[in-house]
Design a protein around this ligand. Structure first.
Ligand SMILES: *[C@@H]1O[C@H](CO)[C@@H](O)[C@H](O)[C@H]1NC(C)=O
Ligand SMILES: *[C@@H]1O[C@H](CO)[C@@H](O)[C@H](O)[C@H]1NC(C)=O
Ligand SMILES: *[C@@H]1O[C@H](CO)[C@@H](O)[C@H](O)[C@H]1NC(C)=O
Ligand SMILES: *[C@@H]1O[C@H](CO)[C@@H](O)[C@H](O)[C@H]1NC(C)=O
Ligand SMILES: *[C@H]1O[C@@H](CO)[C@H](O)[C@@H](O)[C@@H]1NC(C)=O
Length: 580
């Protein structure tokens, strides 16, 4: 992935250097500008908004999760890391291992730039476990100051080491360089390999050609000599550059995952790309045509900026892997900070990995479902509950007895009828759900909703992040809007440029039982919310002024005229795991 876009703080320097900004997008040479900051190590690490149970190193900048895998009883997570500072730069592959995806042991970095084929950076990539239980990493090496990208491999120095601490970058790297006609500065992020029925390995690489997002397909017999296929596995006009493409099979029925090379009659495929232009990720579901080696999205799949997303909030550069220990597919995503780079310099750290999620196909076949890995529940401690609490309009019902700043909350809301649902405005079809949340989400009042949880709240100070549902009706039925709104998340002086979005997504859920469920993971500066059993997920990064530590409060609220019942609410304080 590329450098972060929010460089407001650096703009004065930019204008001095002149014409480095084109169309509002920072161009290549932008790296020069903040080299001094890239190397400015954290003076001290501010704890106030640091997460308690999300993945973080002790300090400095992190971005994409890389090469996640399960090998001989350990989960491995590599990640893009700046060992020298809290802004993007000096990127290497840091490495941690875990037995449960929750408690993490830090190891020394796995891939540090050193050789001609990666001397300007070791960017994102993936792991594949080859036959004979032999893991191999493919990653993007940067070979010059112009960010020319090549694809390299690395192998463990000692396959018997349970931690796989030492990695070797053989001298026959790089394996792949950009062919003529492919922009060599937009040619990166090799996927996990999968094997076709012909016994050949395949990987995809992200790029762009004339605004068309490209997933270049490469094949290999021996994992060394890679040949570019004539056609990409997939490409979509207008999407712009594809980063971190992912491609994997899912079962048509059931929650179990599949090995990347699995195949057969009851298998569908997921294609995912991170869109450099929007800084969001999109996926679709379809089939893999063996005849022409192409991915074919199912009819009706939307592949533009209005497509399906793993997460309608802050979630990028995700990577999935098959956990053969528990027969599930897991997806990891990175959440950047929503504050400014100056704030990050002060904090001494930037970026978290969200809780790993199990993913599987919704029985309706039209989308994925996601749920935090079950191991997370081992962190649950003090428990509190609400049963059958009615919420009239304007009621805030406090959930006490837990640490509201570091919690896991599961709730089921119900309502007596759908009659008070307001009309869905057809003009909303032209908007993103996020924009509809700005009008009709958790900060507004309505008919059937908004109702939900006010998280990281300090009610007296008017500070809270509402996670809410609002239900509308149109001539075809009902539409459920799910919002996680950061606009009131902090009373800190509202600089207009600060990023406080009213994130939102639609939930394709059956309302015939007149119920809807919500699970919310709250962790100081992150709220990860799963609607309706994982149909729609939104993660927000927020920085409260007052709702910190034991001053944070949690409420169930309703701001619609229809009475809402909290049927069951179970909330737990979350323990702090071993975290690097
Ligand atoms: C490889 O790892 C195993 C298990 O940790 C260890 O016993 C062995 O000494 C290592 N071999 C080398 C060459 O370091
Ligand atoms: C290649 O991509 C870079 C951005 O990384 C862009 O500045 C450059 O214009 C592109 N080159 C061509 C030939 O399209
Ligand atoms: C959690 O439970 C422990 C033991 O019962 C108690 O000491 C502690 O105060 C509780 N914490 C909260 C936040 O209620
Ligand atoms: C309820 O609606 C009122 C009026 O729009 C608004 O001022 C208030 O912030 C809303 N409350 C919540 C919890 O959304
Ligand atoms: C995360 O930070 C915010 C605020 O600076 C940006 O608006 C987002 O584009 C950015 N997201 C990613 C994936 O880089």
């Amino acid at each position: 992935m590329e450098l972060p876009r929010n460089l407001n703080w650096a703009l004065p320097v930019f204008f001095l250097l002149s014409s480095l900004v084109s169309n509002g997008v920072l161009v290549e040479s932008s790296h020069k500008v903040y080299i001094h900051l890239q190397n400015e190590g954290a003076v001290n690490v501010q704890t106030v908004h640091r997460t308690g149970y999300h993945f973080q190193p002790p300090m400095h900048w992190i971005n994409d999760p890389n090469g996640p895998m399960y090998f001989n009883g350990h989960y491995h997570l590599f990640y893009q890391y700046n060992p020298k500072g809290a802004v993007w730069g000096n990127i290497i592959w840091a490495h941690s291992v875990s037995k449960d995806l929750i408690n993490w042991i830090p190891l020394k970095p796995a891939i540090v730039w050193s050789k001609p084929f990666d001397q300007y950076g070791a960017w994102s990539g993936s792991a594949t476990i080859l036959p004979g239980n032999k893991p191999v990493i493919l990653y993007t090496g940067i070979i010059d100051p112009y960010k020319t990208q090549v694809q390299n491999y690395a192998i463990p120095a000692n396959y018997s080491d349970p931690y796989l601490e030492e990695w070797i970058k053989p001298d026959d790297n790089p394996l792949i360089v950009a062919p003529i006609g492919v922009n060599k500065t937009l040619f990166r992020d090799p996927s996990t390999a999968w094997m076709g029925q012909d016994g050949h390995w395949r990987i995809i690489l992200g790029g762009v050609r004339k605004h068309r997002g490209m997933a270049y397909l490469y094949r290999s017999r021996d994992f060394k000599k890679w040949i570019k296929a004539k056609h990409p596995l997939h490409s979509v006009a207008g999407d712009g550059n594809f980063e971190c493409p992912d491609f994997y099979p899912v079962q048509v029925t059931g929650e179990n995952g599949l090995d990347s090379s699995a195949n057969g009659p009851n298998v569908k495929y997921v294609f995912k790309a991170s869109f450099d232009k929007t800084r969001f990720e999109y996926y679709s579901i379809g089939t893999w045509s063996h005849v022409d080696d192409k991915y074919v999205p199912d009819p009706g799949m939307v592949e533009t900026w209005k497509g399906l997303r793993y997460d309608y909030g802050n979630f990028y550069a995700s990577k999935s892997f098959f956990d053969h220990g528990k027969n599930r597919r897991i997806v990891w995503g990175w959440a950047n900070e929503s504050d400014t780079p100056e704030d990050d310099m002060t904090k001494g750290w930037a970026g978290i990995q969200l809780i790993p999620r199990k993913v599987w196909l919704d029985p309706n076949g039209k989308q994925l479902l996601q749920w935090p890995v079950e191991e997370l529940n081992t962190l649950r401690t003090n428990h509190t509950q609400l049963r059958n609490q009615q919420l009239a309009k304007g009621v805030w019902n406090k959930v006490s007895g837990i640490t509201a700043a570091q919690a896991d909350v599961e709730v089921v809301f119900s309502f007596p009828s759908l009659d008070k649902a307001e009309k869905y405005e057809p003009c909303w079809n032209d908007l993103y759900a996020e924009d509809v949340c700005a009008i009709k989400g958790g900060l507004s009042e309505g008919g059937l909703g908004p109702f939900g949880l006010a998280t990281l709240a300090s009610k007296a100070d008017g500070e809270f992040t509402p996670v809410s549902f609002t239900i509308f009706k149109d001539d075809k039925g009902y539409k459920v809007l799910f919002c996680s709104d950061a606009r009131r998340s902090s009373t800190r002086k509202m600089e207009p440029k600060l990023y406080r979005p009213s994130f939102g997504g639609w939930v394709d859920v059956d309302l015939s039982q007149k119920k809807i469920s919500l699970r919310t993971l709250i962790d100081h500066s992150v709220v990860e919310a799963f609607a309706a059993g994982g149909k729609t997920v939104i993660s927000s990064r927020v920085y409260p002024e007052h709702a910190i530590y034991d001053k944070a409060e949690l409420y169930a609220f309703n701001n619609g005229t229809e009475i809402i019942t909290v049927e069951n609410l179970d909330a737990w304080s979350m323990k702090r795991p071993q975290m690097n």
